[in-house]
Design a protein around this ligand. Structure first.
Ligand code: HPA
Length: 278
């Protein structure tokens, strides 16, 4: 068996031994959404450390566990804490957690993150619906022998961010009175922030926000046929756009400040997803 699939399967078997829950929507909680679990009717939790081979995060503020429960009546699994490529994991390990949520039965993957704003119309604290992405600056998570059990060798990426889910998120934002920008997200490896020139390059390429996650997760999820959507919290304006040097502390602080509207938006969106998923 393909080594990547074997590891994934082992994690799935361990999950089945420990948890009896079938999620419909999988949510990855980025910076600022860490305490989102408090809005969920929690059924059970599964620390990543209980799954052999599962990548466990080393970043402060990214404590790692799956949380299972219902949100507005919709069965969900939330990832509290994700791993990043810059931590040194193989890219296939970085996306293992999302693939596992797909195997658990989740039809939808809702990605959230903190990102640097590249678009001059953005300000720190804005929320941005991800309409598309650029993956050219990160290793593709599908490199290596194709896992035929999950999907095809050359998956189509014409509509990574599901049009219907995007519309529902926009409706939810309107109804909740949450301002929602939209744009293109690009993933860089990190962990260093970009230079001002790299950010100018991004703007030239049509990129609205940059971060160090999400794109590889979206690719792996689309590969296996999950429907994907995502929202970024613009935690700072990117390098060179202000006089201030960038810091992880600022990212965390702004993300925390935007947390209330971010949580409101995710909750209202998931409720709408529940109405369209059978
Ligand atoms: N660049 C890259 N990743 C980020 C940033 C940024 O400015 N802000 C939050 N994550």
């Amino acid at each position: 068996m393909n080594a990547v699939y074997e590891k994934l399967n082992k994690c799935y078997e361990a999950f089945k031994q420990k948890v009896d829950f079938q999620p419909k929507v999988a949510i990855v909680l980025g910076s600022g959404l860490g305490d989102f679990a408090s809005s969920i009717d929690v059924a059970c939790e599964l620390p990543y450390s209980e799954l052999e081979g599962f990548p466990v995060s080393t970043v402060p503020g990214h404590a790692g566990k799956y949380i299972f429960g219902t949100l507005e009546g919709v069965p969900v699994v939330c990832m509290q804490g994700r791993v990043h490529f810059y931590e040194g994991y193989d890219i296939t390990d970085v996306v293992l957690p999302e693939r596992l949520m797909g195997l658990m039965g989740a039809k939808v993957l809702f990605l959230t993150n903190a990102a640097g704003g590249v678009n001059y119309n953005f300000k720190a604290g804005d929320l941005m619906l991800i309409k598309d992405h650029i993956s050219s600056f990160i290793r593709n998570p599908l490199i290596g022998p194709n896992v035929e059990e999950l999907g095809t060798r050359f998956p189509d990426m014409t509509e990574v961010y599901d049009r219907q889910l995007c519309s529902l998120i926009q409706e939810a934002a309107l109804e909740q009175g949450v301002a929602l920008k939209e744009g293109v997200y690009a993933q860089f490896t990190g962990p260093s922030f970009e230079t001002p020139t790299e950010i100018r390059m991004c703007r030239t390429l049509g990129i609205d926000a940059v971060g160090m996650s999400t794109v590889v997760e979206a690719i792996a999820a689309r590969h296996m046929g999950m429907r994907v959507c995502g929202v970024s919290c613009i935690s700072n304006l990117a390098a060179g756009m202000t006089m201030k040097p960038l810091s992880h502390a600022e990212v965390q602080e702004t993300a925390d400040m935007a947390a209330d509207s971010f949580k409101k938006l995710v909750r209202a969106s998931v409720k709408k997803f529940g109405d369209i998923l059978e």
